[in-house]
Design a protein around this ligand. Structure first.
Ligand code: F6R
Length: 241
């Protein structure tokens, strides 16, 4: 595991974007596993800047996102589809047909999980999977206690995750109670993993993920068993290491 400790969020975003750009340059038809949330926003902005400067192209890139809220349509401003369009897809030359997220309004959730998992495996898994970290140690929406053997599934979000994510909604009641998420096994099938962690609120979780026992109680701790993980964090998130 490689750990980069950067000064602040900006430096983390630049380092993360450089790593993703290197992946794109090395393999221009890479499968990128993408995350939403605050952690990768700065990195997406850097990647858009690199695209505008002619340094990278997403023309042949295919993407699979970690998760999507259940019950939200693609055009809902709080959906992860909307987030990805806003921060990346609409700003680069990616073919929309090559971008994939779970369908939040699928009529049959079980079939949706199976077909999303099949899609990821048919692509051969992600070449590079980007992850953020929850304050409770979650990765994707795999909450504490999720078996490491789980593939794409429908998750009941915990109160702490609903509270953490409510900052992006008008009121806490609007936060969906369920989400589709790649499972831990799906995430671990990626060839390389990039974990982005910033802020003091994540310091405890990051210390447990990197130095604690590998346990389903701390989902991110499973990353200790992956052969190719890069962690990019700021000093605040690293304060308990
Ligand atoms: C997002 C995701 C989540 C977030 C995590 C951290 O697609 O799967 O696991 O990465 O909740 O969220 P932020 O970055 O908003 O602190």
């Amino acid at each position: 595991m490689k750990i980069y400790k950067e000064l602040d969020y900006d430096a983390v975003s630049k380092r993360a974007a450089a790593l993703v750009a290197a992946q794109i340059k090395e393999k221009n038809d890479s499968i990128l596993g993408l995350a939403t949330g605050s952690s990768p926003v700065g990195m997406y902005k850097e990647l858009v800047d690199m695209y505008n400067a002619g340094e990278i192209s997403f023309k042949n890139i295919r993407t699979v996102n970690l998760d999507e809220y259940a019950g939200l349509a693609d055009d809902d401003v709080n959906s992860y589809h909307y987030f990805m369009n806003q921060h990346l897809f609409s700003k680069v030359d990616i073919d929309p047909a090559n971008t994939h997220l779970p369908n939040g309004i699928a009529a049959d959730p079980e079939a949706e999980c199976a077909s999303y998992e099949d899609l990821i495996q048919s692509l051969g898994g992600a070449d590079l999977q980007i992850l953020g970290l929850g304050e409770n140690g979650h990765i994707g929406f795999n909450e504490p206690g999720t078996p490491f053997t789980e593939v794409t599934h429908l998750v009941d979000l915990t109160e702490s995750t609903i509270r953490a994510n409510s900052r992006l909604f008008e009121k806490i009641e609007d936060v969906p109670r369920q989400a589709y998420s790649m499972g831990i096994k799906t995430i671990m099938s990626a060839k390389r993993i990039l974990l982005i962690v910033t802020g003091t609120a994540k310091a405890d979780a990051l210390a447990k993920v990197l130095t604690g026992p590998v346990t389903e109680t701390v989902p991110g701790s499973v990353l200790q068993t992956h052969p190719d993980v890069t962690v990019i964090c700021d000093e605040a998130a690293a304060s308990q290491l």
